[in-house]
Design a protein around this ligand. Sequence first.
Ligand code: NAD
Ligand code: ZN
Length: 359
Amino acid sequence: MVPVNLGPRSYQVRIGAGLSKQVAIELGNPGSALVVSDTNVAPLAAENLTQQLAEAGWNVRLAVQPAGETAKSLREIEKLYDQLIAMQADRSTHVIAVGGGVVGDAAGFAAATYARGLPFIQVPTTLLAAVDSSVGGKVGVNLPAAKNIVGAFHQPKAVFIDTDLLATLPPREFAAGMAEVVKYGMILDESFFDWLEAEQPKIQSHDPTFLARIIQRSCELKAQVVEADEFETTGLRAVLNFGHTFGHAYEALAKYGTLLHGEAVSIGMIDAATLACQLGRIPEEVVSRLTKLLQSFQLPVSLPSGMKLDPQQIIATMRLDKKSVGGKLRLILPTRIGHVESVRDVSEELVLKTVARHG
Ligand code: NAD
Ligand code: ZN
């Protein structure tokens, strides 16, 4: 169990095998709930959960969104609002997201905005959602012009991570989640990074004990950052962006879907480390350890050979990232394994040189 201490918005992240079977018991007194899932996850998990709640006396509906990023659109959110209207939802109606980060972000956004806020429960079913998006309260949708540009901070009331549900995850999706796990080691916890290196074979074989441990530690580290900067006002939360300024640009330019988010972040972390090395901030050895660890989890460390992106366009896209300030490039760069710093005004020439490695 990982507590997330945010005063009146505090909650627990529970982690365990078979946990999704206990959601109805854990939630206590039956009320009404909208379970939100996608076409892949509904038959694997959300239908069971809906039935479990109905048997426990809940007035429950299941909304199934199309799988993939398109579910994070205002059009799909409107459909969730329609379901809430149809079930005569009130401020006690729970919204329960059962799925990956897409379902979590979309359901969470509906929960944040309907009637100015409904109780929200996360049941993440991808590794990325378990270690990252289900904790921290960022919810939102995309506009055609920009990803994650419309959103809110809306913390869940509880997060239930059932490690059994990850068994059906495609290997590429598992690897994408591992990129965020490696990121936590790089930005905050050297001994976790060392442990990932040492136990890589067990993690890669999805040993349940090791899976639970990586999720537990990742959630603890994410909670620590969110507790320090819940609303992203002090700049502390920005450490989570390590690898993301490069990564978001690749995701956008490669057209969403070609590169998974975690894959783009994996490449972006190597870019950031390479740049830090060129600045003399870290020794070459750090870049090579990071490279080796990411590759051992089947993650890419440079853009795929068929994907030729114009370096100037990469930089222009990085400047558009909503976390850049006044068009200035601000990057999260490692100072060693387990520690990063926010560096303002990184020279464009150096960034160009870094991205040119993909040519
Ligand atoms: P996703 O939700 O699209 O899931 C990936 C794919 O796996 C989908 O096809 C899904 O149907 C399928 N799937 C999910 N669980 C499965 C299971 N158990 N077995 C088999 N298939 C399963 O993608 P994701 O990587 O989980 O999330 C990406 C989204 O998360 C992006 O939109 C990103 O912006 C968002 N995100 C949000 C935050 C945050 O803090 N809110 C943080 C990181 C990422
Ligand atoms: Zn990420």
